[in-house]
Design a protein around this ligand. Sequence first.
Ligand SMILES: [Zn+2]
Length: 72
Amino acid sequence: MIHHLFRDCPFCGKNHGISLTGNQVIRIASFLKKQEKSIQDEFPDLTADQREFILTGICSECWDQMGKEDEK
Ligand SMILES: [Zn+2]
């Protein structure tokens, strides 16, 4: 069963969605309540873009643009 998480990106204002499994949805819900671990540790199976989207709603397009302006 695939679920979709939709959020409005705070930068471009577009509504974006990612596909998640039921298991991931449950883990995200409990992660957001507790936030005991870093999201990287909790969700190694998600991409960096997906993790950022869950935390902040920032879409991968805006994230790419920010990455270009702010190289680490
Ligand atoms: Zn965006």
